[in-house]
Design a protein around this ligand. Structure first.
Ligand code: CP
Length: 323
Protein backbone atom coordinates (compact mmCIF):
# COMPACT_ATOMS: atom_id res chain seq x y z
CA UNK A 1 0.00 0.00 0.00
CA UNK A 2 1.48 3.34 -1.09
CA UNK A 3 -1.00 5.64 0.71
CA UNK A 4 -4.34 5.38 2.53
CA UNK A 5 -6.81 7.98 1.38
CA UNK A 6 -9.84 5.86 0.50
CA UNK A 7 -10.96 2.27 -0.06
CA UNK A 8 -9.43 2.58 -3.54
CA UNK A 9 -6.00 2.18 -1.92
CA UNK A 10 -6.95 -1.30 -0.64
CA UNK A 11 -6.58 -4.36 -2.88
CA UNK A 12 -8.33 -6.85 -0.58
CA UNK A 13 -10.62 -5.54 2.18
CA UNK A 14 -11.09 -8.93 3.85
CA UNK A 15 -7.34 -9.53 3.94
CA UNK A 16 -6.85 -6.15 5.62
CA UNK A 17 -9.61 -6.96 8.13
CA UNK A 18 -7.93 -10.31 8.85
CA UNK A 19 -4.62 -8.56 9.43
CA UNK A 20 -6.27 -6.08 11.82
CA UNK A 21 -7.90 -8.90 13.78
CA UNK A 22 -4.54 -10.69 13.97
CA UNK A 23 -3.10 -7.54 15.56
CA UNK A 24 -6.07 -7.41 17.93
CA UNK A 25 -5.19 -10.95 19.05
CA UNK A 26 -1.43 -10.23 19.15
CA UNK A 27 -0.76 -6.47 19.33
CA UNK A 28 3.05 -6.84 19.25
CA UNK A 29 3.13 -9.37 16.39
CA UNK A 30 5.20 -7.00 14.24
CA UNK A 31 6.82 -4.90 16.94
CA UNK A 32 10.05 -4.46 14.93
CA UNK A 33 8.43 -3.64 11.57
CA UNK A 34 8.59 0.12 12.11
CA UNK A 35 11.89 0.23 14.03
CA UNK A 36 13.81 3.46 13.29
CA UNK A 37 10.79 4.89 11.43
CA UNK A 38 8.97 8.05 12.42
CA UNK A 39 5.34 8.92 11.77
CA UNK A 40 3.92 12.46 11.84
CA UNK A 41 0.30 12.98 12.86
CA UNK A 42 -0.89 16.42 11.73
CA UNK A 43 -4.20 17.67 13.06
CA UNK A 44 -5.88 20.68 11.49
CA UNK A 45 -9.00 19.73 13.50
CA UNK A 46 -9.78 18.12 16.89
CA UNK A 47 -9.67 14.38 17.61
CA UNK A 48 -9.75 11.89 20.46
CA UNK A 49 -9.96 8.40 18.92
CA UNK A 50 -8.05 8.94 15.69
CA UNK A 51 -5.14 10.65 17.38
CA UNK A 52 -4.69 8.17 20.24
CA UNK A 53 -5.44 4.97 18.32
CA UNK A 54 -2.98 5.86 15.54
CA UNK A 55 -0.29 6.71 18.11
CA UNK A 56 -0.83 3.36 19.86
CA UNK A 57 -0.84 1.51 16.52
CA UNK A 58 2.46 3.14 15.54
CA UNK A 59 3.99 2.25 18.92
CA UNK A 60 2.87 -1.39 18.54
CA UNK A 61 4.83 -1.48 15.26
CA UNK A 62 7.93 0.02 16.88
CA UNK A 63 7.54 3.47 15.29
CA UNK A 64 8.04 6.82 16.92
CA UNK A 65 4.92 8.98 16.59
CA UNK A 66 5.02 12.78 16.72
CA UNK A 67 1.73 14.69 17.00
CA UNK A 68 1.50 18.23 15.68
CA UNK A 69 -1.72 20.19 16.27
CA UNK A 70 -1.33 22.45 13.26
CA UNK A 71 -4.58 24.28 14.01
CA UNK A 72 -3.33 25.42 17.44
CA UNK A 73 0.47 25.33 17.26
CA UNK A 74 1.46 25.71 13.62
CA UNK A 75 1.68 28.54 11.11
CA UNK A 76 -1.55 29.13 9.19
CA UNK A 77 -1.09 27.13 5.98
CA UNK A 78 -1.93 28.27 2.44
CA UNK A 79 -3.11 25.58 0.01
CA UNK A 80 -4.04 27.51 -3.16
CA UNK A 81 -1.51 27.30 -5.98
CA UNK A 82 -0.27 30.75 -6.99
CA UNK A 83 -1.83 32.45 -3.98
CA UNK A 84 -0.72 36.00 -3.20
CA UNK A 85 -0.16 35.48 0.50
CA UNK A 86 -1.04 38.93 1.73
CA UNK A 87 -3.82 37.65 4.04
CA UNK A 88 -3.81 35.47 7.15
CA UNK A 89 -1.88 32.46 5.81
CA UNK A 90 1.82 32.43 6.67
CA UNK A 91 3.33 29.32 5.05
CA UNK A 92 2.48 27.55 1.80
CA UNK A 93 1.93 23.79 1.89
CA UNK A 94 4.42 23.45 -0.99
CA UNK A 95 7.10 24.75 1.42
CA UNK A 96 5.90 22.96 4.56
CA UNK A 97 5.03 19.51 3.15
CA UNK A 98 8.48 18.65 1.69
CA UNK A 99 10.04 19.53 5.05
CA UNK A 100 7.60 17.24 6.83
CA UNK A 101 8.50 14.60 4.24
CA UNK A 102 12.12 14.85 5.39
CA UNK A 103 11.17 14.60 9.06
CA UNK A 104 8.78 11.66 8.72
CA UNK A 105 8.58 8.29 6.94
CA UNK A 106 4.75 8.41 6.94
CA UNK A 107 2.64 11.56 7.16
CA UNK A 108 -0.92 11.39 8.51
CA UNK A 109 -3.30 14.33 8.10
CA UNK A 110 -6.71 15.30 9.51
CA UNK A 111 -8.50 18.08 7.65
CA UNK A 112 -12.22 18.80 7.89
CA UNK A 113 -14.34 20.39 5.14
CA UNK A 114 -15.37 24.04 5.26
CA UNK A 115 -19.01 23.04 4.51
CA UNK A 116 -19.23 26.38 2.66
CA UNK A 117 -18.31 25.38 -0.90
CA UNK A 118 -19.03 21.85 -2.09
CA UNK A 119 -16.71 21.94 -5.10
CA UNK A 120 -13.79 23.07 -2.95
CA UNK A 121 -14.42 20.44 -0.29
CA UNK A 122 -15.01 17.62 -2.77
CA UNK A 123 -11.80 18.52 -4.64
CA UNK A 124 -9.95 17.38 -1.46
CA UNK A 125 -7.39 20.12 -2.03
CA UNK A 126 -5.85 20.00 1.46
CA UNK A 127 -4.93 16.32 1.55
CA UNK A 128 -4.10 16.28 -2.16
CA UNK A 129 -1.60 19.11 -1.69
CA UNK A 130 0.13 17.13 1.06
CA UNK A 131 0.22 14.07 -1.22
CA UNK A 132 1.66 16.20 -4.04
CA UNK A 133 4.41 17.85 -2.02
CA UNK A 134 5.31 15.56 0.95
CA UNK A 135 7.16 12.88 -1.03
CA UNK A 136 6.30 10.20 1.57
CA UNK A 137 3.19 8.01 2.01
CA UNK A 138 0.18 9.99 3.26
CA UNK A 139 -2.54 8.51 5.48
CA UNK A 140 -5.91 10.22 5.87
CA UNK A 141 -6.99 10.70 9.47
CA UNK A 142 -10.26 12.06 7.97
CA UNK A 143 -10.36 14.39 5.02
CA UNK A 144 -12.97 16.76 3.62
CA UNK A 145 -15.15 13.98 2.22
CA UNK A 146 -13.94 10.62 3.61
CA UNK A 147 -12.84 8.89 6.83
CA UNK A 148 -11.23 5.63 5.67
CA UNK A 149 -9.65 4.55 8.98
CA UNK A 150 -13.08 4.82 10.57
CA UNK A 151 -14.68 2.82 7.75
CA UNK A 152 -12.07 0.06 7.90
CA UNK A 153 -12.76 -0.09 11.65
CA UNK A 154 -16.47 -0.37 10.91
CA UNK A 155 -15.99 -3.32 8.55
CA UNK A 156 -13.69 -4.97 11.12
CA UNK A 157 -16.35 -4.50 13.82
CA UNK A 158 -19.13 -5.91 11.63
CA UNK A 159 -16.94 -8.87 10.60
CA UNK A 160 -16.04 -9.85 14.16
CA UNK A 161 -19.61 -9.31 15.38
CA UNK A 162 -20.94 -11.54 12.60
CA UNK A 163 -18.87 -14.39 14.04
CA UNK A 164 -20.65 -13.85 17.36
CA UNK A 165 -24.09 -12.90 16.02
CA UNK A 166 -24.52 -14.45 12.55
CA UNK A 167 -27.24 -12.90 10.40
CA UNK A 168 -28.86 -16.33 9.96
CA UNK A 169 -28.58 -18.96 7.23
CA UNK A 170 -26.58 -17.91 4.23
CA UNK A 171 -28.15 -14.48 3.81
CA UNK A 172 -25.98 -11.40 3.82
CA UNK A 173 -26.28 -9.23 6.94
CA UNK A 174 -28.60 -6.27 6.51
CA UNK A 175 -26.61 -3.11 7.26
CA UNK A 176 -28.56 0.14 7.61
CA UNK A 177 -26.97 3.58 7.61
CA UNK A 178 -29.45 5.97 9.21
CA UNK A 179 -29.32 9.75 9.41
CA UNK A 180 -29.70 11.15 12.94
CA UNK A 181 -30.57 14.62 14.21
CA UNK A 182 -27.82 17.00 15.33
CA UNK A 183 -27.68 20.60 16.45
CA UNK A 184 -25.26 21.83 13.79
CA UNK A 185 -24.11 21.01 10.25
CA UNK A 186 -21.62 18.13 10.18
CA UNK A 187 -19.43 16.79 7.34
CA UNK A 188 -20.65 13.95 5.13
CA UNK A 189 -17.27 12.18 5.52
CA UNK A 190 -18.23 9.29 7.79
CA UNK A 191 -21.44 8.53 5.89
CA UNK A 192 -19.75 8.84 2.46
CA UNK A 193 -16.88 6.67 3.54
CA UNK A 194 -19.04 4.02 5.23
CA UNK A 195 -21.15 3.79 2.06
CA UNK A 196 -18.04 3.56 -0.13
CA UNK A 197 -16.53 0.77 1.98
CA UNK A 198 -19.71 -1.28 2.41
CA UNK A 199 -20.30 -1.11 -1.35
CA UNK A 200 -16.71 -2.12 -2.10
CA UNK A 201 -16.87 -4.91 0.51
CA UNK A 202 -19.97 -6.30 -1.16
CA UNK A 203 -20.91 -8.62 1.70
CA UNK A 204 -23.96 -6.80 3.05
CA UNK A 205 -27.51 -5.99 2.02
CA UNK A 206 -27.00 -2.23 2.31
CA UNK A 207 -29.77 0.31 2.98
CA UNK A 208 -29.40 4.05 3.58
CA UNK A 209 -32.21 6.02 5.18
CA UNK A 210 -32.42 9.78 5.66
CA UNK A 211 -34.98 12.61 5.47
CA UNK A 212 -35.68 14.18 2.11
CA UNK A 213 -32.94 16.58 0.94
CA UNK A 214 -30.16 14.76 2.82
CA UNK A 215 -29.10 12.70 -0.21
CA UNK A 216 -25.41 11.75 -0.23
CA UNK A 217 -23.15 11.87 -3.29
CA UNK A 218 -24.01 9.02 -5.68
CA UNK A 219 -20.32 8.31 -6.24
CA UNK A 220 -20.33 6.82 -2.72
CA UNK A 221 -23.87 5.43 -2.31
CA UNK A 222 -23.82 3.63 -5.70
CA UNK A 223 -26.23 0.65 -5.65
CA UNK A 224 -27.37 0.96 -2.01
CA UNK A 225 -31.12 0.98 -1.43
CA UNK A 226 -32.10 4.49 -0.35
CA UNK A 227 -35.34 5.30 1.45
CA UNK A 228 -36.85 8.18 3.42
CA UNK A 229 -38.82 5.68 5.52
CA UNK A 230 -36.63 4.89 8.51
CA UNK A 231 -39.07 2.34 9.97
CA UNK A 232 -39.07 0.36 6.70
CA UNK A 233 -35.29 0.54 6.52
CA UNK A 234 -34.87 -0.82 10.05
CA UNK A 235 -37.04 -3.89 9.39
CA UNK A 236 -34.90 -7.01 10.05
CA UNK A 237 -31.68 -5.01 10.17
CA UNK A 238 -28.64 -6.75 11.67
CA UNK A 239 -26.50 -3.61 12.03
CA UNK A 240 -27.68 -0.01 12.31
CA UNK A 241 -25.05 2.66 11.75
CA UNK A 242 -26.22 5.99 13.16
CA UNK A 243 -24.74 9.25 11.89
CA UNK A 244 -25.75 12.81 11.22
CA UNK A 245 -24.65 14.61 8.09
CA UNK A 246 -25.51 17.98 6.58
CA UNK A 247 -27.09 18.46 3.16
CA UNK A 248 -25.01 17.65 0.08
CA UNK A 249 -26.98 19.21 -2.79
CA UNK A 250 -27.76 22.57 -1.16
CA UNK A 251 -24.44 22.18 0.56
CA UNK A 252 -23.68 22.13 4.28
CA UNK A 253 -27.13 22.98 5.67
CA UNK A 254 -29.39 21.62 8.40
CA UNK A 255 -33.00 21.94 7.20
CA UNK A 256 -34.63 20.11 10.03
CA UNK A 257 -33.75 18.43 13.25
CA UNK A 258 -36.75 16.15 13.60
CA UNK A 259 -36.13 14.28 16.89
CA UNK A 260 -38.27 11.46 15.50
CA UNK A 261 -35.17 10.34 13.57
CA UNK A 262 -33.28 9.55 16.81
CA UNK A 263 -32.82 5.79 17.19
CA UNK A 264 -34.62 4.37 20.24
CA UNK A 265 -35.16 0.94 21.81
CA UNK A 266 -38.73 1.06 20.48
CA UNK A 267 -37.49 1.44 16.90
CA UNK A 268 -34.99 -1.38 17.36
CA UNK A 269 -37.85 -3.82 18.00
CA UNK A 270 -38.37 -4.04 14.22
CA UNK A 271 -34.78 -5.15 13.68
CA UNK A 272 -33.13 -8.55 13.93
CA UNK A 273 -31.91 -7.63 17.43
CA UNK A 274 -29.58 -5.24 15.61
CA UNK A 275 -26.21 -4.10 16.79
CA UNK A 276 -25.87 -0.31 16.81
CA UNK A 277 -22.80 1.54 15.61
CA UNK A 278 -21.62 5.15 15.69
CA UNK A 279 -18.16 6.59 15.00
CA UNK A 280 -18.26 8.85 18.11
CA UNK A 281 -18.28 11.48 19.48
CA UNK A 282 -22.05 11.19 19.89
CA UNK A 283 -24.53 13.72 21.25
CA UNK A 284 -26.55 11.62 23.67
CA UNK A 285 -30.31 11.94 23.47
CA UNK A 286 -29.97 13.98 20.28
CA UNK A 287 -28.39 11.51 17.83
CA UNK A 288 -28.82 8.36 19.92
CA UNK A 289 -30.78 7.72 23.11
CA UNK A 290 -29.11 6.78 26.38
CA UNK A 291 -31.19 3.60 26.45
CA UNK A 292 -29.66 2.41 23.15
CA UNK A 293 -26.12 3.58 23.87
CA UNK A 294 -26.13 1.92 27.29
CA UNK A 295 -27.73 -1.32 26.09
CA UNK A 296 -26.33 -4.59 24.74
CA UNK A 297 -27.26 -3.36 21.26
CA UNK A 298 -24.42 -0.85 21.30
CA UNK A 299 -21.09 -1.68 19.67
CA UNK A 300 -19.71 1.84 19.94
CA UNK A 301 -17.04 1.17 22.59
CA UNK A 302 -15.85 -1.99 20.85
CA UNK A 303 -15.90 -0.11 17.56
CA UNK A 304 -13.74 2.73 18.93
CA UNK A 305 -11.36 0.16 20.43
CA UNK A 306 -10.95 -1.38 16.98
CA UNK A 307 -9.57 1.91 15.66
CA UNK A 308 -6.14 0.76 16.94
CA UNK A 309 -6.17 -2.43 14.87
CA UNK A 310 -7.39 -0.70 11.73
CA UNK A 311 -4.61 1.88 11.99
CA UNK A 312 -2.03 -0.81 12.79
CA UNK A 313 -3.02 -2.91 9.75
CA UNK A 314 -2.80 0.12 7.45
CA UNK A 315 0.55 1.34 8.80
CA UNK A 316 1.95 -2.19 8.56
CA UNK A 317 0.88 -2.45 4.90
CA UNK A 318 2.61 0.85 4.13
CA UNK A 319 5.78 -0.14 5.99
CA UNK A 320 5.87 -3.52 4.24
CA UNK A 321 5.41 -1.89 0.80
CA UNK A 322 8.31 0.48 1.52
CA UNK A 323 10.75 -2.33 2.42
N1 CP B 1 -14.44 8.78 15.15
C1 CP B 1 -13.44 9.68 15.19
O1 CP B 1 -12.77 9.97 14.17
O2 CP B 1 -13.19 10.19 16.43
P1 CP B 1 -12.24 11.43 16.73
O3 CP B 1 -12.81 12.61 15.98
O4 CP B 1 -12.27 11.60 18.21
O5 CP B 1 -10.87 11.11 16.21
Amino acid sequence: MKQFISVNDVTDINALVKKALAYKAHPLLDKELGADKRIGLLFLNPSLRTRLSTQIAAKNLGMEAVVFNVDKEGWALEFEEGAIMSGNTVEHVKDAAPILGQYFDILCIRTFPSLKNREDDYSEMYINQFIKYAGVPVVSLESATLHPLQSLTDIITITESLKQYPAGGTRKPKVVLTWAPHIKPLPQCVANSFAQWVNAWGEADFVITHPQDYELAEQFTKSATITHDQDAALQDADFVYVKNWSTYTDYGKVYENDPAWMLTEEKLKATNNAKVMHCLPVRRNVELSDEVLDSDHSLVTKQAGNRVWAAQAVLAEILQAAK
